[in-house]
Design a protein around this ligand. Sequence first.
Ligand code: NAD
Length: 351
Amino acid sequence: MKKTGKRILVTGGYGFMGSNFVRFLYEKYPLYQIFNFDALTYAGNTDNLQDIEHAEVRRPLSGRRYVFLKGDISDTRSVASIFATHTFDAVVHLAAESHVDRSIHSVVDFIRTNVEGTRILLDAAREQGVPRLIHLSTDEVYGNVLKGFSKENAPLNPSNPYAASKAAGDFLVQSYVRTHRFPAIIVRPSNNYGPYQYPEKLIPLGITNLLEGKKIPIHGNGAHVRSWLHTEDFCSALDIILHKAPVGEIYNIDGVHLTNLEILGLVAGHLGKKISRHIIFTPDRPGADMRYAPDASKLKRDLGWKPKHNPRTAVPFVVDWYLKNDIWWRKIRQTQAFNDQYQKQSRGRWG
Ligand code: NAD
């Protein structure tokens, strides 16, 4: 894909990874116009792109490089009206319900957004003849991988309702590639960490609980292994995939393996605390996966992706971001959406 004057539709651009990627594109490609289609669910936050919005207000409407389009991907009419008004050179589909714990309590929104919403977006993009769609899947679709590593052709074996809804979306995209020759690329990243992550997720929950003088609830025994990927490395991978990957391909994106306890230990250590004194073990998630291990050698070998970060050195900077941006997370932690979930999550209530 050429890099001049592209029009990119990002879905879910007010979420954690979406807002990091919108900012990445905005800063790297001054000639691009970025459209952010987001329903602003509890996880979508306009504060995440406030800097860009302030910069854009000074531009005339016709010359704006960033445009927010409020709408729900599971609403056919809303999606159709976006595609009727604009043409896109590429779609990057990040919008999703993304929290495993919530999917255990109710999967309804996950099916609506991650499966039906993906279907509606695919159909609209196909009808317009969009030349490229990048679909965000996850390493969780491979399920529990106690030994070895998952290559892109490994069977999908999701364990929890979130992962099952993502696997369904992933399969749907694969079927459109094969049946309709639809030009999609699937991306399966591992656990991201970085700025602007909603504080129900492990790392920002740990940081913000410690800063509020609370213990950190941790599922099971904390020995679950995740492949921790910094959002900057995620963005550089997605950038390469967006511009260079052949359509029809699937790419894993991986990070560095650490247990949940180890990653929280890095957080606590940077705040001068001993993690063992600041955690409460809660009953584990039913269906919990002990290890994810995506193998990203295809992305590194074929497209030359080189990650820069290791959590051992990067987590302290992330902690510092939350320290500096306490207004951002304190506002979220006061909401009912956060607190209702926190009550269940912090006690490991799964019923
Ligand atoms: P997030 O929950 O932080 O953000 C999701 C965004 O999507 C929010 O802005 C929300 O408002 C929007 N959204 C939700 N439902 C919508 C709908 N029906 N229509 C339009 N917008 C809607 O998610 P995230 O952590 O940034 O994850 C982004 C993508 O990456 C998701 O597809 C997720 O499954 C995938 N992923 C995330 C991780 C991770 O570690 N966070 C890892 C692998 C894959």
